[in-house]
Write a protein that binds this ligand. Structure first.
Ligand code: ADP
Ligand code: MN
Length: 514
């Protein structure tokens, strides 16, 4: 079917050619195709096209269109194409971000910005949509009138009318004009018809800012390139994770679910358990506590004053303090699990890496309560469940969550799951009741805004959870009573803690009571 004969161009009809051949007729005369022809790119292309035309006529038409041609150098490169697509995607992403920003901010006077989450820095966007093509207008209103140039000698005019190059007005106008030398994306505002005169000081500050913005853009991209899931953790942590996969305990670590200030959370598929009695959940969440200390400094008050950790705290080096956070989360989760509160189940703790069961399915984490829209019925159900859980947490687990809000509650399987308990403390913690009050405020506000008419206010909720009966009917007095109670508690608990430690055989206080 190839049908291309290997005939030389000058070859005549078959018999004549055969008779001229001094070696006689070849035994096989039907060579339909020479090697050169088979190797011919053009032939290959033709055959390919023929085949494709038969199978997908319209696809070929697109491929043959002007989009990808040999001459179109800009788009013929795959890398370039990929980058263009990525850019397009990033722009769409940013546009979506902007819409969300708008939606959240509404008419509020105080607004939040997602600036830091944008993928395309102003320097990288050519922002073709909102730029006017000045070439079409005869007069460019943004172009300042040409500043009067000062000759080399540094002054113009004669006698009394002399103006030096240091003249304030001239200098100011010149500075305004020089703003044009900043990168075009740098927003210098609109000074049409204002005869703007920038002082040297202002101009220099602006210039500095323009440069630092440029550098920031460069840095941002450097960061993006290194922020793959694997590189988000330091080599020691990577080794820890690698060992977990290598031992077969985890099947694969698929990717990053969340990067917070204090932790990075990964998703993983569970593997085989090293021991018989333990079952590894099919999907796991790996919470890696960040080993950079800065963010943990302001958490000192949670752990330093926690008598369970009191004696250990002062002696520890920073790395061990981070491990203590992970340890704390593990113990607190265990307590909650024992009380039957829906929460991740602890799988294993290795240094600052905590592996627990994954709340969600098929790599998709359950949404935070702040991100789901519940029916009013579910909302009410969720509220009563949380009220119940807070009481259980307080009475049965002897814990106060201390960071309870719609950000740390997940909606999964038709119920609320509590997560993020590394900062949870016992109610007798010197600030325990204040933390509880804050939790109550978050919960109350969320459900009152969410339209649950039955939701208690923060003070009623506090009393309902703690079993205390603080009667103050305003926030300030209530807070004051809470602090007074804490003060009373403190001495007692601290003495109690010290007393316990003297009974300990090796000098270390018992830290957990489970
Ligand atoms: P952080 O201190 O960074 O807030 P969290 O424990 O709240 O740490 O975890 C951060 C995010 O990771 C959560 O908001 C949640 O979306 C996700 N996450 C954490 N643990 C789990 C889990 N066990 N299952 C599913 N998602 C989880
Ligand atoms: Mn959290």
């Amino acid at each position: 079917s190839v049908g291309v004969a290997a005939a030389a161009p000058e070859a005549g009809p078959g018999p004549a050619w055969q008779s001229k051949c001094p070696w006689g007729a070849p035994s096989t005369t039907s060579i339909s195709c020479s090697l050169a022809d088979v190797m011919s790119e053009q032939l290959a292309k033709e055959l390919q096209l023929e085949e494709e035309n038969a199978a997908f006529p319209e696809v070929v038409a697109v491929a043959e269109g002007p989009f990808i041609t040999g001459e179109n150098i800009d788009t013929s490169s795959d890398l370039m194409l990929a980058q263009m697509l990525q850019m397009e995607f990033d722009r769409e992403y940013d546009a979506q971000l902007r819409r969300e920003e708008k939606k959240i901010n509404g008419d509020s006077k105080v607004s939040i910005s997602f600036e830091n989450y944008r993928k395309v820095h102003p320097y990288d966007s050519d922002s073709s949509e909102d730029e006017v093509d000045w070439q079409d207008t005869r007069h460019d209103p943004y172009r300042a009138d040409k500043p009067t140039t000062t000759p080399r000698r540094g002054f113009i005019g004669k006698g009394k009318d002399i103006t030096t190059k240091h003249d304030e007005v001239v200098c100011g106008r010149k500075n305004t004009a020089r703003m044009e030398n900043f990168a075009p994306e740098f927003q210098v505002g609109d000074g049409i018809g204002m005869d703007l005169k920038l002082s040297n000081q202002v101009f220099n500050a602006l210039k500095q800012h323009a440069y630092s913005e440029e550098r920031r853009s460069a840095r941002l991209h450097e960061k993006k390139e290194h922020s793959t899931a694997e590189k988000a953790v330091d080599p020691k942590t990577r080794l820890l994770l690698y060992k977990m996969v290598n031992s077969g305990m985890l099947e694969t670590i698929t990717g990053c679910i969340s990067t917070g200030k204090e932790s990075v959370v990964f998703h993983a598929y569970g593997g085989k358990s090293p021991t018989e009695d333990k079952v590894i959940p099919p999907e796991c969440a790996i919470k890696v506590f960040k080993t950079t200390l800065n963010e943990f400094k302001n958490r000192d008050k949670y752990i330093k004053d926690d008598y369970r950790f009191k004696d250990r705290f002062s002696k520890l080096n920073p790395r061990k303090i981070i491990r203590m956070w992970a340890e704390k989360e593990m113990h607190n989760l265990t307590r909650m699990q024992n009380a039957g509160i829906p929460c991740p189940q602890v799988v294993i703790l290795k240094k600052h890496v905590l592996v627990m069961s994954f709340i969600g399915q098929d790599q998709v984490p359950a949404p935070k309560l702040k991100d789901v829209t519940l029916s009013s019925e579910d909302m009410k159900k969720a509220y009563y469940q949380i009220l119940n859980m807070m009481q259980q947490l307080y009475k049965e687990c002897n814990l106060v969550h201390a960071d309870l809000s719609e950000y740390n509650m997940l909606w999964h399987d038709g119920k609320v799951w509590l997560i993020d308990v590394s900062q949870s403390v016992e109610p007798t913690h010197p600030h325990g009741l204040e933390f509880l009050f804050r939790d109550c405020r978050n919960v109350s506000q969320f459900f009152q805004k969410g339209g649950v008419a039955e939701a208690l206010n923060e003070r009623e909720l506090f009393n309902a959870v703690s079993g205390l009966n603080i009667t103050a009917d305003n926030e300030v007095d209530f807070q004051a009573e809470i602090e007074a109670l804490e003060k009373m508690n403190e001495d007692h608990v601290q003495n109690h803690g010290k007393k316990l430690s003297t009974f300990s055989s090796d000098g270390d206080p018992p830290i957990y009571d489970e």
